[in-house]
Ligand binder design. Structure first.
Ligand code: AMP
Ligand code: ZN
Length: 137
């Protein structure tokens, strides 16, 4: 490999790393998970943090967020399998702990523009305390 190509690849890879870290540094949910922005936390462990949504769409509306940043379900890969499973198991646990599991609840993952995603750090919405219709709007 010539020195020119090597330097081009080096700068290209460094650029990609800088860009991906910039999105993490400016990420609202990374900051909430790290405790740098306040939230009403309801649960946390080594993998995820759960906190009340600021704009609740149901009597209980909790967001479950992985500590690891990835933008959306569209960006999830094989290495995220355990994390994704964990988020859903924690949603079920919180629903049972809050006492609305038996009545029922809704879990939602909005993905990209048409999916209605507004915060690009993957998260699971857990909504409970009222009946939900299907299909959603
Ligand atoms: P989505 O539209 O699926 O990306 O969901 C983003 C959710 O984050 C919305 O339901 C917002 O109300 C919620 N949200 C935005 N900012 C905050 C915040 N600082 N604390 C808690 N929830 C937030
Ligand atoms: Zn993030």
């Amino acid at each position: 490999m010539s020195a020119d190509i090597f330097h081009f690849l080096l700068f290209f890879i460094c650029g990609l790393i800088v860009l991906s870290n910039m999105s993490r540094e400016n990420c609202l949910f990374c900051k909430i998970a790290a405790g740098e922005i306040a939230s009403a936390k309801v649960y946390e462990d080594a993998v995820c943090v759960a906190f009340d949504d600021v704009s609740p769409q149901a009597p209980t509306h909790i967001l479950i967020v992985p500590r690891e940043h990835f933008d959306s379900l569209d960006k999830a890969r094989e290495n995220h399998k355990e994390t994704l499973g964990h988020l859903l198991l924690i949603a079920g646990k919180i629903a049972r702990d809050k006492g609305f599991a038996e009545n029922g609840y809704r879990t939602v993952i909005n993905t990209n523009g048409d999916g209605g995603q507004t915060v690009f750090h993957l998260h699971v919405h857990l909504l409970g305390g009222r009946p939900f219709i299907f299909p959603p709007g």
